[in-house]
Design a protein around this ligand. Structure first.
Ligand code: NAD
Length: 482
């Protein structure tokens, strides 16, 4: 991999900028510093707003075809540099190389999809009630959009926001998470290399709360799109109210997975394990808790344990590794506290249950893949988002009882269930109070579908034509004829 020193910069008005103050970025598998990026406390953000505001008047008037050309060129460049980007992603975030490559590919799919969907933004002509009136509705870009992304999918989350915003004709300011700014800067390096006009896409790194304050206080920023914790999302929502800014929120999840007695147990076990341990369990739509019918519980547990025992934990760069470290020591400690709480309240550990600290795990944020049963609904690991490689298993007796139980959560992002009964597929899908439902499988984030949640998991959607609407305003034009 080329030196990471070149990534010590922000991007404002098409130029790379460094600052006297900076902060360090660490490899979560080794605890070692791998980079250093500018620590903006607001001044650079003001410049980014000025640059995005100035560029908006011309970018918004470019044809959708021209905008698509830049986006496709960006996608081409990311594919060309896929290996290098995946290595950086794996080193900075911890995920295994295979997952890192898949994330870069997924990030590219979003760019390509929105490059084309931007060409299909439509208006309508409505039927008037009066003979001399003409009514039309057009869609126009919202304006300058501020995009705030998390560390768990730090490449895909960037393109899932930047691509629809640019395709819609908005200009953007990206603020990546402090744990993973390098991959965002590397993605921007490739975007700038397409020759995209200066100011259309800007990137700032630094003090999140101070940067957000500047973005929220400036009338020129018309849209906030945030992915991250429910706690920060709520704060941003209340601050955005002061200027009635449009805001999309993709927040925390607490996904249940129900395995009914008629399910294919082997298939359920395999897909539960794939989902739960992807990205070391740090996935907003990841399964938090499994609810299994009591008659098949021991068989499912046995199968899950067999599969998890085969998964190697270690550094993402090792090709045999399936589970990397958590993002940092703080997150690892939070996960461990949930396990300790469950144990104290009577849960039984079937596998794992502790931090991994010796030998090759030294200094890394590794946690043993953990499976627990004898878990109860009121334990913290059921009520809270675990965000780690820990799977609590509960049992249930009836469909009615389990639906009531899982709907009690204040979250509403994703829910999954396994069954072979077609009537149940419809009945349960309609009864679950979540934004996304996975039936007999857990794959959800695809470019054409509306990803997002209800209740305290957020508002608005990313993906599909729904995701483009987030960056468009409706304008109604009434014309009275002579
Ligand atoms: P976080 O809320 O701490 O950080 C998210 C982003 O907000 C980062 O860029 C961070 O720097 C910034 N931020 C932090 N404090 C801020 C403040 N006061 N004002 C403005 N910005 C601030 O969340 P995280 O720890 O990075 O991510 C994990 C959370 O994100 C989990 O809860 C997860 O479920 C959620 N998530 C949700 C989705 C989704 O699509 N719903 C996707 C990925 C992650």
């Amino acid at each position: 991999m080329r030196s990471l020193d070149r990534l010590n910069m922000c991007w404002i008005d098409g130029r790379s900028i460094t600052l006297p103050k900076s902060f360090s970025v660490f490899n979560p598998a080794t605890g070692k510093e791998i980079g250093n990026v500018p620590l903006d406390e607001g001044e650079l953000t003001t410049q980014a707003i000025e640059s995005a505001w100035a560029a908006f008047s011309t970018w918004s008037k470019r044809s959708a075809g021209e905008r698509a050309t830049y986006l496709h060129s960006w996608a081409d460049r990311l594919i060309e540099h896929k290996r290098e980007l995946a290595e950086l992603l794996s080193m900075e975030q911890g995920k295994p190389m295979l997952e890192a490559k898949e994330e870069i590919e997924g990030a590219v799919e979003f760019i390509r999809w929105y490059a084309e969907e931007g060409k299909r933004i439509q208006g309508e002509v409505l039927t008037p009630l009066r003979a001399n009136q003409r009514i039309s509705v057009i869609r126009q870009p919202v304006g300058v959009a501020a995009l705030i992304t998390p560390w768990n999918y730090p490449a895909a989350m960037v393109t899932r926001k930047v691509a629809p915003a640019l395709a819609a004709g908005c200009t953007v300011i990206l603020k990546p998470a402090k744990e993973t700014p390098l991959i965002a800067i590397a993605l921007f390096e490739q975007l700038m290399a397409t020759g995209i006009p200066a100011g259309v896409a800007n990137l700032v790194t630094g003090e999140a709360a101070k940067i957000a304050q500047v973005l929220l206080n400036d009338h020129r920023v018309r849209k906030i799109s945030f992915t991250g914790s429910t706690e920060v999302g709520k704060r941003l929502m209340s601050q955005a109210a002061a200027q009635v800014k449009r805001i999309s929120l993709e927040l925390g999840g607490n996904a249940p997975c129900i395995v009914f007695s008629d399910a294919d147990i082997d298939l359920a076990a395999e897909r539960i394990v794939l989902n739960k341990f992807e990205n070391c369990g740090q996935m907003c739509n990841g399964i938090n808790v499994v609810y299994v019918h009591e008659t098949i519980a021991s068989k499912l547990e046995e199968r899950i344990i067999q599969l998890v025992k085969r998964m190697k934990v270690g550094k993402g760069s090792d090709p045999d590794v399936k589970i990397g470290p958590l993002i940092n020591q703080r997150e690892r400690q939070k996960v461990h506290e949930l396990v300790l709480d469950a144990k104290q309240q009577g849960a039984t550990l079937l596998l794992g249950g502790d931090m991994l600290e010796k030998d090759e795990f030294h200094q890394g944020a590794f946690y043993a893949p953990t499976i627990m049963n004898q878990v109860h609904q009121n334990m913290r690991c059921v009520q809270e988002e675990i965000f780690g490689p820990v799977l609590p298993i509960l049992t249930f007796q009836t469909e009615e009882e389990v639906i009531k139980q899982v709907n009690q959560t204040s979250y509403g992002l994703a829910a999954y269930f396994f069954t072979k009964d077609h009537n149940r597929v419809h009945r349960v899908s309609e009864a679950l109070e979540f934004g996304m439902i996975g039936v007999n499988g857990t794959s959800l984030s695809v470019p054409q579908a509306p990803f997002g949640g209800i209740k305290e998991s957020g508002q608005g959607r990313e993906g599909g034509t729904y995701g483009l609407e987030e960056y468009l305003e409706l304008k109604y034009i009434s014309t009275i004829l002579d």
